[in-house]
Design a protein around this ligand. Structure first.
Ligand code: C2O
Ligand code: CU
Ligand code: CU
Length: 482
């Protein structure tokens, strides 16, 4: 590695207690950061939050992170969205035992954007993230710096999550047993950056709001309460070429979206970000009982921003944000024969091409070549009536599909079959224009992405980012062969 190390950080994963509510403190698990070397401002800690630190690094920087595992579980960090070798990526087979350390040393190849990190322990990713383990990883670069987007106090990372707390203020996970594993965990309390009923004071100025859906399985339909359209400037893999406008945004677990929001003429008002109602996906007979009280689609207040006095002068949002080199379909090695992944129920679990995760297995159709550009096609056959297998229940589930170690471009979406009106309650909120690493595949939908395996040979995972689905097996290895 040519670059010299410019930041050395210890991340200790440990149980702590926090005052999230008045009364009893809440037990959580957290990444605690200690800068050993380099600019201490590269690490920002959110006060009284279970979330780990926010990294702020530059493209090209080489960093070292020592993970110290003080949890009672084995764990490993995965850097979501980063282009890394398999040893640095955090495949579940690299998990370390309680008391052990794992050393990361990598150069940041990604363009400016909001990435994140979280555990990736076999069958325990859901609970480990749930109890608090996740952090934001922000990359900047020269292309972005030239735009003078809102920065410093006007650049707000906002991690949206849902949790359920008991009467002692403790987090409760998987209360509905197997149903939660099939549907995914859905909490009744929304937190932003670890704060319930989140309220923030902002100034009358323009802001860059960087939203991450860090929830285990909840999908949000985000909108401003007063109907102001949302101005989107970036997605998972950084800036779009040009801002796009949406009335609402559909954000699935793992996905990010960045907004440019101008509050300069809003002094004294309260800007409320909400999640709008949409139809529930799975319908059931008696099976779900009364357990699932707040399914996907229930409306929520997310965040309220109280606009105070005048802040920094607003420079207009540039009409051109970045240059995105589009992958060329003609260059795909499987242009006429997309590599297809069918998402369907297999017994009681969601599967990929009829398979579930095996630590070391890579099937013949999961091997690709370093350097190749390919079309990957995710077809969600759930909800078609065909993949039910559950008697009285129609298991219609959206699956946010994520590929490790790279970013990709969405080529097409096609609604194939099933409940099209439910589909259209969310489809106008997708932003597929830029670089992505996670893409929501709705029930009955087929999504094609163009993906180039350009950085490292090795074995990586691809999986559903509904963390309960992933833990239950909706994850597979793929191998990049040199
Ligand atoms: Cu955030 Cu394997 O993923
Ligand atoms: Cu990832
Ligand atoms: Cu899924």
């Amino acid at each position: 590695m040519s670059a010299s190390v410019s930041l050395v950080v210890n991340l200790t994963a440990r149980p702590v207690t926090l005052p999230i509510f008045s009364g009893a403190e809440t037990s959580v698990w957290r990444y605690d950061a200690l800068v050993q070397d380099g600019n201490a401002e590269s690490i920002q800690v959110l006060k009284n939050s279970y979330l780990g630190p926010i990294f702020r690094v530059r493209k090209g920087q080489r960093i070292q992170v020592r993970l110290k595992n003080e949890l009672p579980d084995s764990t490993i960090i995965h850097w979501h969205g980063l282009r890394l070798s398999e040893e640095m990526d955090g495949h579940p087979r690299y998990t370390i035992a309680p008391g052990a350390n794992y050393d990361y040393d990598f150069q940041v190849l990604n363009r400016a954007g909001m990435y994140w990190f979280h555990p990736h322990t076999h069958q325990l990713t859901g609970p480990q993230v749930y109890y608090g383990m996740a952090g934001v990883f922000i990359v900047s670069d020269d292309e972005e710096a030239a735009l003078s987007l809102p920065a410093g106090e006007y650049d707000l990372p906002l991690v949206i999550q849902d949790r359920t707390f008991d009467s002692q203020n403790q987090m409760v996970y998987l209360t509905n047993g197997m149903m939660d594993q099939m549907i995914g965990f859905l909490g009744d309390t929304i937190l932003v950056n670890g704060m319930p009923k989140a309220t923030m004071d902002v100034k009358a100025s323009a802001y860059r709001l960087r939203l991450l859906n860090g929830s285990n399985s909840r999908i949000y339909k985000l909108a401003w309460m007063d109907g102001t359209p949302l101005k989107v400037i970036a997605t998972d893999g950084g800036l779009l070429e040009a801002p796009v406008t949406r009335d609402y945004l559909t954000l699935a677990p793992g996905e990010r979206v960045e907004l440019w929001a101008d509050f300069s003429s809003r002094t004294g008002s309260e800007m409320r970000l909400v999640s709008l109602p949409f139809s529930e996906f799975s319908t059931s007979g008696g099976m779900m009982g009364g357990g699932l009280s707040l399914p996907n689609g229930v409306p929520f207040d997310i965040l309220s921003l109280k606009v105070g006095e005048k802040g920094a002068d607003v420079s207009p949002l540039p009409t051109h944000l970045s240059t995105i080199e589009r992958h060329r379909l003609e260059e795909a090695v499987n242009q006429n024969n997309p590599r297809s992944f069918t998402l369907a129920m297999q017994g009681m679990v969601h599967s990929i091409n009829g398979r579930v995760f095996e630590m070391d297995a890579v099937a013949r159709d999961e091997v690709v070549r370093l350097g190749d550009l390919e079309i990957w096609e995710f077809a969600n056959l759930e909800g078609s009536g065909g993949g039910m297998g559950m008697g009285m229940m129609n298991m219609e589930m959206p699956h946010p599909m994520h590929i490790h170690g790279l970013v990709f471009q969405v080529l097409s979406r096609q609604f194939m079959q099933g409940n099209e009106s439910v589909y259209h309650e969310l489809s106008a909120g997708f932003v597929d224009d830029g670089w992505k690493d996670t893409v929501l595949v709705m029930p009955g939908e087929k999504v094609q992405v163009l993906v180039r395996f350009e950085d490292y040979a090795g074995t990586f995972v691809y999986h559903c980012h509904n963390l309960e689905h992933g833990d239950a097996g909706m994850m597979r290895n793929y191998r990049i062969k040199s």
